[in-house]
Ligand binder design. Structure first.
Ligand code: HCS
Length: 605
């Protein structure tokens, strides 16, 4: 039936219309200090003191034809209630608000015309990316809020007005934990706010937000607040072309104009309806509604134009990508390879290690920035160093790098708590380096500890060809472990093939040791075979290891030639010092020949 009572089913088949504003509607009422229990301006209090007003607003939207209304819980969170010193009332106020909305919805619902309640989850006033609040505090408070709203009868969760991707992640993860605890599977929508600058408050473009949020396992990405529909158009276009999940839009009634008696929203109901009519067609929007300045009259006109319109199937195949706070970076580059900067590594770079040990964080950030200038697309960050507090070092550096560099981060650590510290600081989509079977895949293995974090935070992974027997040395062994990893990560952990970067490992071939001299060759053969078996999987490699032990100039040549050969064989990305990779036409023929003979084990004794 076209009016199935399940919200998720409805959203996937036809245009669902939400309500308009709550906050600006409340401003129209003449409310006194008593209504706010003395907490002047704290709209959330009204859920217990003036449920009659909320009922009136919800009813007005249902009368106008809304399929769903939002709970009065935009500020029922840690920081917004915290401003009034009442953050201990999150559950109480969220529950009360959800009950009022539920009752209103039930009063209008009929078998033919279900009405739903979306639990509004606002951003609060403190942004984790800027260090105002920790990820964990936020996540846990959001869990409390969503848990109470579920108890109050919501049909879906709407994380809205997201200004910081990391805050939105905390909200989604908190919501998922609450839903799991309640044994419920409700749709989760994340609606981001893009300012007139074209970016979210912390500087993220819409692509960065999509790449980071979609893998969390949400149902829809939407946009709301800050602007009217006109300014949202190009961003909606991007979402329509790149989101594999549903897309929604709830604009303000235009850009607010400041007048002597407060903000005035200029967009007329028919203009909002015109825009949303066009956007639902062009971008196949599943949910539309209004934000600040919109009224039941706006919604009435939107309902008349788009409500119930069937959705087309949007078939998109966006490239698997990582993102920084600012922008997204596909794992597969059109030309050449994806360069993962290797210098921000306490084991691989002396300069970085010394800066870290001296806790000269500015210097660490400078090294990261120089990688960025040198041509890296992603940044490998490894702070593991015996005797240091890895969690603390990762916490410090990931926090700084999140805003200081525009490159997505590869969190490189053998310690699950270190990986977690990084994930809790990075708003973008990170890559975890690595998972492998060094200690097997049992319940106490690192694999079993890291993968739940990868899943919960929506990260991608480097899958390293190491098993219980050690580091895979032959092509056959490398392919065997890669296959096991790929099948495990997709089958048991639900990763997409494109979110796996298989690292086939390579050993130094110039040390004169008999047992490693064929290593580059075996690696190249393994890459070819893995790409043949799994064309969608990405491959990566720590290239510089191949030349370990040689003189610096020879290392540059061997690394560059080996990288070139590996890319020819199908290598998608490499962990390298990008600025020190030479193009083939700049390497003298005789030197290149020596390198090729080493790589393909054609050395004369
Ligand atoms: N649903 C909220 C959003 C504020 S940005 C409201 O007040 O309408």
């Amino acid at each position: 039936t076209p009016f199935a009572s399940d919200l998720r089913t409805a959203l996937s088949s036809r245009v669902v219309v939400a309500d308009g504003a709550m906050g600006t509607m409340l401003q129209e009422y003449d409310l006194g200090m008593d209504d706010f229990e003395g907490f002047e301006g704290c709209n959330e209090i009204l859920s217990v003191t003036r449920p009659d007003i909320l009922r009136e607003i919800h009813s007005a939207y249902f009368e106008a034809g809304s399929d769903c209304v939002e709970t009065n819980t935009f500020g029922t969170n840690l920081s917004a209630l915290g401003e009034y010193g009442i953050s201990d009332r999150i559950a109480e106020l969220a529950l009360a608000a959800a009950r009022v909305a539920r009752e209103a919805a039930d009063a209008y619902a009929t078998p033919e015309r279900p009405r739903w309640v979306l639990g509004s989850v606002g951003p609060g006033t403190k942004l984790p990316t800027l260090g105002h609040v920790t990820f964990r505090e936020l996540r846990d408070a959001y869990q409390v809020q969503v848990g109470a709203m579920v108890e109050g009868g919501i049909d879906g969760v709407l994380v809205e007005t997201a200004q910081d991707i990391l805050q939105a992640k905390a909200a989604v993860i908190g919501a998922k934990r609450a839903l799991a605890a309640a044994g419920r599977d409700l749709p989760i929508i994340v609606s981001v706010t893009v300012e007139t600058t074209g970016a979210m408050l912390v500087g993220s473009d819409i692509g960065a937000a999509l790449v980071a949020l979609e893998p969390l396992g949400i149902d829809m990405i939407s946009m709301n607040c800050a602007t009217g529909p006109a300014e949202m158009r190009e961003h909606l276009h991007h979402l329509a072309d790149n989101a594999t999940i549903m897309v929604g839009c709830m604009p303000n009634a235009g850009l607010p104009e400041l007048t002597s008696d407060g903000a005035h929203y200029p967009l007329q109901p028919v203009q909002l309806a015109d825009a949303l009519d066009e956007y639902t067609r062009d971008y196949n929007l599943a949910l539309v509604g209004g934000c600040c300045g919109t009224t039941p009259e706006h919604i009435r006109q939107v309902v008349d134009r788009v409500q119930g319109r069937p959705l087309n199937v949007r078939k998109v195949t966006p490239p698997p990508s990582a993102s920084s706070l600012y922008t997204d970076v596909p794992f597969r580059q059109d030309i050449s390879y994806l360069a993962i900067g290797e210098r921000t590594n306490a084991n691989g770079s002396k300069a970085f290690r010394e800066a870290m040990l001296a806790e000269n964080w500015d210097e660490c950030v400078d090294i990261a920035k120089s990688q960025s200038r040198g041509g890296a697309h992603l940044l490998d960050l490894c702070i593991d160093y015996v005797g240091r507090d890895g969690r603390a070092d990762m916490d410090t550096l990931a926090f700084r790098l999140a805003t200081a560099v525009t490159l997505p981060i590869v969190l490189d650590s053998t310690e699950p708590p270190v990986v977690e510290a990084g994930l809790e600081r990075l708003g973008g989509r990170s890559v975890i380096n690595s998972v492998n079977y060094e200690d097997g895949d049992g319940p106490d293995s690192r694999m079993a500890k890291v993968m739940p974090m990868v899943k919960e935070h929506g990260a991608a992974v480097v899958a390293l060809t190491i098993d219980e027997e050690g580091q895979a040395r032959t092509a056959e062994w490398k392919v065997r472990v890669a296959t096991r990893l790929i099948e495990d990560l997709t089958g048991n952990w639900g990763l997409r093939l494109g979110d796996i970067l298989v690292d086939t490992l390579t050993f130094p071939i110039g040390t004169g040791q008999e047992e490693t001299r064929r290593d580059a060759l075996e690696t190249i053969e393994a890459i070819k075979e893995i790409k043949r078996l799994y064309p969608e999987v990405n491959t990566t490699l720590g290239v510089s290891n191949v030349s370990f032990g040689l003189a610096p100039a020879a290392r540059v040549v061997l690394n560059s030639v080996f990288l070139h050969e590996a890319v020819q064989a199908g290598l998608d990305s490499a962990i390298v010092h990008a600025a020190k990779i030479m193009p083939m036409n700049r390497i003298p023929d005789d030197q290149r020949q020596v390198a090729l003979d080493m790589i393909y084990d054609r050395r004369r004794e």
